[in-house]
Design a protein around this ligand. Structure first.
Ligand SMILES: Cc1cc2nc3c(=O)[nH]c(=O)nc-3n(C[C@H](O)[C@H](O)[C@H](O)COP(=O)(O)OP(=O)(O)OC[C@H]3O[C@@H](n4cnc5c(N)ncnc54)[C@H](O)[C@@H]3O)c2cc1C
Length: 416
């Protein structure tokens, strides 16, 4: 547990405490290279030290239950922390553990699982990844073919995952696999906790055009998992998947918005002023749009956090936050492009105040794909928030093992 747990401070008192602690304990971000770099072993080690410091300071897991090492505070304090910490170098390898895997374990894990995994996750000692997407199952993640078969007290897993962010430095992963192919595809899936060092599991980093390796292929070759690796109900993995994706969408749409940190209205205005570009009408137009969207995005985040604090379920509306984050980021890229002109294409940068923003720019379009593409979010918002007609879902009632007998053209994708 953290050594400095907070005793229900007011949000303003918490903010003042966080501000003072940050000034004493973290390093101010330069906005130059380094902050957003790809995670090699040295960066992973440095991030672990940094996260342990944040945990010991009493600022990890601000809204998480105290019983598992969190602070038991509200989203108002979380927001105060995000705002105060924005100007500091923060550990970069914990979005998946904090935003995706951890909250799902808190919701669905057994008491033993929560006690075993959550404190170490919050302290940053153990890093997590999400093993969902497969070469043939991305938007249609329920079409996954990785198989987990019972063998006595164990599960034997065979198959392949792809685009697994951070798998190369993860200790654990949350895996979804098919445990009953004889039922329709959504009904025969289970979720598991996987020790990434289990024999038979191979992680192969995927190198992107920038030379970085943000994600991986993960192969399962007769990987044996203990019975207690099951997270939630056997064959109840679809509900767990939807829950995890909702956590992910709300987190990335409200708390994280990673590329926007480097491409915020404030950061781009400062850059434009420094470069003498702030009087240019096109630059002003782009920045004005960004200001409007950034402000609307912040208000949306605030409203959603207040609803969560008030005990209201956001459910499918998490997709609105996720989509908004991706759209705002797109606008930020356009504004950055207008401010710096052709220098935006230079990766190493002629200036030391570009690299983080350029990294943000190159990575930003991925925000409209990761965690479910913009098209998928629009589909969810249309059907489940606005109540529009559903797409035909011909494969919903058919046992997964029979699906392949249907000509592909007849099967509408049944996206989440
Ligand atoms: C940066 C990044 C990090 C990622 N990290 C992870 C991770 O850690 N773990 C993990 O499991 N996965 C991860 N992913 C994978 C991500 O979840 C998938 O890429 C995403 O769900 C899309 O799946 P796909 O790539 O297979 O594209 P496809 O599903 O093949 O989609 C291709 C195109 O078709 C469109 N499309 C598909 N179905 C529909 C439909 N029903 N209606 C309208 N349009 C549709 C899509 O919008 C897209 O434009 C990551 C992806 C990125 C970019």
């Amino acid at each position: 547990m953290s050594s400095a747990a907070h005793e229900k401070p007011t949000t303003e008192a918490f903010r003042a405490e966080a501000r003072a602690w940050l000034a004493d304990n973290l390093v101010r971000s330069t906005g130059g290279g380094g902050d957003g770099e790809s995670a090699g072993p040295a960066k992973v080690a440095a991030d672990k030290v940094l996260q342990a410091r944040i945990f010991d300071g009493g600022f990890a897991g601000i809204t998480w239950p105290k019983a598992y090492g969190g602070q038991g505070l509200t989203d108002a304090e979380m927001q105060a922390w995000v705002e105060e910490a924005a100007g500091y170098v923060q550990p970069g390898i914990y979005d998946q553990p904090f935003g995706v895997c951890g909250p799902t374990i808190v919701d669905l894990g057994s008491e033993e699982q929560k006690q075993r995994y959550i404190p170490k996750l919050l302290r940053g000692e153990e890093v997590w990844c999400q093993l969902f997407s497969e070469p043939g199952a991305g938007s249609d993640v329920a079409g996954l073919t990785t198989l987990a078969e019972r063998d006595g007290d164990e599960w034997v897993v065979n198959g392949q995952k792809v685009w697994t962010s951070g798998a190369q430095h993860s200790d654990f992963g949350t895996l979804i696999a098919r445990t009953d192919p004889s039922v329709p595809k959504h009904n025969g899936i289970s979720m598991f906790i996987v020790d990434m060092r289990t024999p038979g599991l191979t992680v192969r980093p995927l190198r992107t055009a920038t030379g970085e390796t943000p994600f991986n292929e993960v192969y399962f070759d007769n990987v044996r998992l203990p019975a207690d690796a099951l997270l939630g109900e056997e064959n109840g993995g679809w509900a767990a998947t939807v829950l995890m994706l909702r956590h992910e969408r709300i987190y990335y749409g409200t708390i994280a918005r990673p590329p926007v940190r480097a491409l915020s209205y404030g950061a781009l205005l400062a850059l434009a002023r420094k470069d003498g570009r702030s009087r240019d009408p096109l630059v002003r137009d782009r920045l004005a749009w960004l200001y409007a969207l950034d402000t609307a995005g912040d208000l949306l985040s605030q409203r959603m956090r207040q609803e969560v604090d008030a005990g209201q379920e956001l459910r499918a509306r998490g997709s609105i936050a996720k989509l908004a984050g991706a759209v705002i980021t797109r606008q930020a890229i356009d504004a950055f492009d207008e401010v710096v002109g052709s220098d935006a294409v230079v990766w190493a940068g002629p200036r030391d105040d570009y690299p983080t923003a350029i990294r943000g720019m190159v990575g930003a379009p991925a925000q409209g794909i990761a965690g479910g593409s913009n098209e998928i979010q629009r589909g969810i918002i249309g059907e489940r928030v606005l109540g529009l007609a559903k797409d035909p879902q011909l494969d919903r009632e058919i046992p997964f093992s029979e699906l392949r007998r249907i000509p592909a053209a007849r099967v509408a994708t049944n996206a989440i």
